[in-house]
Structure formats: C-alpha cells, structure tokens
Design a binder for this molecule. Structure first.
Ligand code: SF4
Length: 339
C-alpha cells in the first residue's frame, strides 16, 4: 500500500488551562494525522476538547491555556522538513505568518470574527493584503471571483455592505471567503454550521466540500453531529474527555463502530437516510467536569459495558485494522470481547 502523504501530524498533544489554583487537562495526549487534500472530522460532545485541540494547532488558546506536551508538525508541500507549530510562541512572527495564510480557521460565530464597522469587502481585502504582495485592483478581482465561487448573489453589491446586512448563512459564507482568500493548505472549521438551520447548514457543507475539491485544501472539521460527519468526512476522530477514543476512515467508523461511546453517539444523532420510525437514544449521564481526576476509563460512569477493571485501568489504543484504532479495555488482549 502506498505511503500516505500527511500535511499535519499531531502527536501526544497535551493542552492545559490554569483556573485559579487548579490545572484543567483539556487535551490529554491526542494523536492524529491529516492526509493532504482530505477532510478529517473531529467529533464529540461539547467540552470534549475538540476545539481546544484545533486552537492548540494555531496557538490560539486563551491566555490561561498552554501546550503542556506533545507536538504539532506542519508539512508544507515541497519543504524538506516540517515546521513544528507547537514550538512557536503564540504571538511569534512565525505563527502569525501561518495563521490565515497557510492554515485558516472558520469559527462557529461569524460575529466573533467579523468587524461590524467595516464592509465585508474591506475585511476580505485586509486578509489578502496582509499575506500577499499584490495590487488592490488584483486583490479585488480575486475577491470577486471567490464571492462568485461561493455563490454569493450580486457580489459587487455585497462587497460594499456591512456584516449586519447579511443573514446568518451569508455571514458564514463570508467567513469561508476570508478563510479561503489566501488559498490555505489547511482549513480548520470549528462547528461552522451549528447555529444555522438545516438547509443552510447543508449549503455551507457543500461549499466547504467544493472548496476542498477545487483547491486541494486539507480540512479539519469540528462537529458534535455524526450526521455532519457522514456528509463530509474522509476520516474521523471521536473525542471524549480530552482523548481520542476511536479513529479511522469514515467507512470504518460508520460500518464497524467499536467504541461504546462512538456507538452511543451514532444512536443519539439523526443520520441522513436513517429509518424515520427509529427512535433516537440519548447517551446516559453527563460529561464529567473537566477537572475530574480519573483512575481508569473516563467513559466508565456512562458505559453500559463497564466492568470493575474499567474504573481502575486506563485503556490504551488497540488497532482493529489498518487505520482503525480504538481506546477501550474490551479490545485489549486478555479482556472480554465487546460483542
Ligand atoms: Fe466502556 Fe470499559 Fe471500554 Fe471504557 S474501557 S469504554 S468503560 S468498556
């Protein structure tokens, strides 16, 4: 089998936050690779550490957050060695040159990024001129082309309008435009469709897929919704309490889910094409507080398969097949089988 071409390698990443005298372990030894030109979805309930994982990649953590261990390596095409993003400080020139240009991000709430007092055209232009030495005339032509590609009607009118003149879905399209204008290698989308209604959500997913295919962009897509994963992902990483509990290709995880949490997530979320008569389950219990100290599997309190060992031993990754791994005692040698 040909060796995969990875654009990003995250290895044993640990991210912590200082909250008063406590240390909260938000990301707890997360490892994954992003294949060039593919879409990786990181999925899990809110508070599982998925947003903090991607914020760590770009050193966008809140002031009280820091990378406590592990590495993030970015493999720019043609470069002979990776850039170790985790070694850059949050305001360094190196990371600022990468943010927006090589790796761009779309956030859940467009208003946290869009400036209400500037026209959207000016905001897209600023991003482009910040990273590229081109004339304003050339820049405007590129923006118009992108607005057209993003199916924004009457782009010449929209260019001079302010964010409040756009609907939620249109604002999110502008966020995609700001993120894509420099043609980044990697697009990180942090729950970009959560606040939108289902039809608009589907349109934004289509646009991201279209941008990825036309520009060869690699995408990390954060979501809590397995339906969205089924729509858009090539690869999936399922997160729970700061750890990846299962990862594989979308086919492996959807046709052969192994971890009890993945199975519960799949039963609790409507997936396109699913039998309408089937009732959705809810996952028992709630996500533990982020500062909880565990002596075994973090999911044990909510897991219907839990045994005594689960409360007293940390599971390690078990390989199910090439590319598909699961972190659960049920699959470790000598433990009982999940079925
Ligand atoms: Fe459930 Fe035990 Fe597996 Fe954790 S290790 S997911 S508690 S069976």
């Amino acid at each position: 089998m040909a060796e995969k071409d990875y654009i990003l390698k995250v290895d044993d990443l640990k991210t912590e936050f200082k909250v008063g005298k406590r240390v909260v372990h938000a990301v707890n030894g997360v490892s994954f690779n992003v294949e060039r030109g593919k879409i990786l979805c990181i999925v899990g309930e809110s508070g599982c550490g998925k947003s903090q994982t991607v914020h760590s990649i770009l050193q966008l953590l809140a002031e009280n957050g820091y990378i406590a261990g592990g590495s993030v390596e970015y493999f720019k095409k043609g470069a002979n060695k990776p850039q170790v993003l985790s070694s850059y400080s949050r305001n360094s020139k190196k990371i600022r040159a990468i943010r927006g240009k090589e790796i761009a991000m779309i956030f859940q709430d467009p208003m946290s990024t869009l400036n209400p007092v500037y026209t959207v055209g000016r905001q897209i232009m600023e991003m482009l001129l910040k990273h590229e030495r081109i004339s304003k005339k050339e820049a405007k032509a590129r923006i118009m082309q992108l607005l057209n590609d993003l199916e924004i009607p009457t782009p010449e009118v929209r260019y001079d309008q302010y964010p409040h003149e756009f609907s939620g879905g249109m604002k999110q399209r502008i966020m995609v435009a700001i993120a894509m204008i420099c043609n980044p290698d990697i697009l990180i989308a942090d729950e970009p469709t959560t606040a939108l209604d289902v039809t608009i959500q589907a349109q934004i997913l289509d646009l991201i897929r279209k941008m990825q295919q036309e520009h060869g962009t690699s995408v990390i897509f954060i979501t809590h919704n397995m339906g969205v994963v089924a729509e858009i992902a090539d690869d999936v990483a399922v997160m729970y309490m700061g750890r990846i509990v299962e990862q594989g290709t979308v086919k492996q995880v959807f046709t052969n889910p192994q971890h009890p949490y993945t199975k519960a997530l799949m039963r609790s979320v409507p997936v396109m094409g699913m039998d309408k008569a089937r009732a959705l389950d809810t996952i028992e219990g709630t996500t533990p507080d982020a500062s909880t100290v565990f002596h075994g599997c973090e999911f044990a309190d909510r897991c219907t398969y839990a045994t005594e060992a689960c409360f007293n031993r940390f599971p390690i990754d078990t390989i199910i097949e090439d590319g598909h791994r699961v972190r659960c005692l049920l699959f470790e040698e000598g433990e009982q089988n999940a079925e």
